[in-house]
Ligand binder design. Sequence first.
Ligand code: SF4
Length: 372
Amino acid sequence: MRSEKLHFALQACEEGGVDFDDVAALLMATDEDGGAIRAGAEEVLLRYCGSKVRFRGLVEFSNVCRCDCFYCGIRAGNREVQRYTLGREEIVEAALWCAEQGYGSVVLQSGERRDEEFIRLTESCVREIKERSRSARLPRGVGITLCVGEQTRETYARFFAAGAHRYLLRIETTSPELFAKIHPPRQSLESRIQCLRDLRETGFQVGTGVMIGLPGQTAADLARDILFFREMDMDMIGMGPFIAHRQTPLGKQIKDDPEGKRRILDLSLRMIAVTRLVLRDVNIAATTALQAMHPLGREMGLRHGANVIMPQATPVRVRRNYQPYEGKPCMDESVTQCRGCLVERIKGLGRELSADDWGDSAHAICRINRKI
Ligand code: SF4
C-alpha cells in the first residue's frame, strides 16, 4: 500500500504544484513504492510525449579537453589517453550516415576547447552537415545537438548561426559544495549556470543533467537538481550514474562495491522517473552509462520515463579513446551493429522508433509556439 506522503507527492505532480518535500519523498520512497513511481512516470511519458523513442546518432569527434574534472577519464591531466580529433570529412560523413539511417538528429560531442581552430572546425562541420543532409525526407536537414562544453556567448551565436539548434551542457550537480569537490577551482558552478542562460538567450533548445551517486551526494541534493531543471526551463535532460574511472583523482578513492553499484543504478532509474513526473514533457535520455551498470540498463531507463537513445556513430578506431567513465559499452560494434541492436531493444519494449524527425521535446515545441 502507498504511503500517505507518496500519495500526496504523486498528486502534486499530477496538479503541477510539486515542491522540494514532494520531490524528496519520491526519491526516497521505498522499493515497494518504486513500482507506482515507475508506472506513473511511464503514464506521464505516454500522455505528454507519446511512445516514440528518438535516436540521436552520437559522434564523439575529439577527446582533447582543456578541463580537469576530477571524475572524467579524458580530463586534460590524464596522460594515459591517446588524444584524437577527427577531420572535417570524417565528422561530416559520420553524421550523414546517421541521416541516411533515418536518425533525424545527431549529437556532435567533444572535450572542451575554446581555441579558434576548434571553433571553426565545429562551425564548419555543422554548416556542411546541414547543407548535405537536406533531402526530400529531411527538408530542413538533420537536427544537430552540440555538446562541446562551456563557450563564450559569441561562440554559441556562431554555432547557432551555422545551424545547430540544440545544446547539451551538463551541470553535473547543483550543490556548490559537491561541485567544488569534483572540479578544480578554476571551474565554477556559476559559470556553468551562466552558460546555460547564454545558450537559451542565443536561441538554442537547452539540455542539462547530473551525475547520480557521487560520493557525499544526498537525496536532498538530487531533489534540488530536479527543481533546478524546472526553474531553468530545460528542454532535455541527460543524466547518468557516477561510474569511477581509475585514471582520475576521484576514481582512485573509490573501492569496488557491487552492492553500492546496484544502489546507484536503482537511484539513477528513480531520478529518471521522478524527473519525468515533475517536468512531464521534456526529452530524457536513457544514457549509455546505464548500460555500463547493467546489460539492460538503457531499456530500464526507457521503462522509467526516458524517450531518447544515442546510438554510437563514432568511428570504431577511435571509440576506445573516448571513455569519460570505465566500462563504457558498445566499443567494438560497428555503427550498423549498434543501430540493429538498439532497434531490437526498443521493439522488445513495444515502443516505436521515430524516423526522419528532429524529435524536439514537446516542452521546447510549446515554448517556441508560445513566442510565435
Ligand atoms: S567532463 Fe567534459 S569538460 Fe570535464 S574533463 Fe571530461 S570532457 Fe572535459
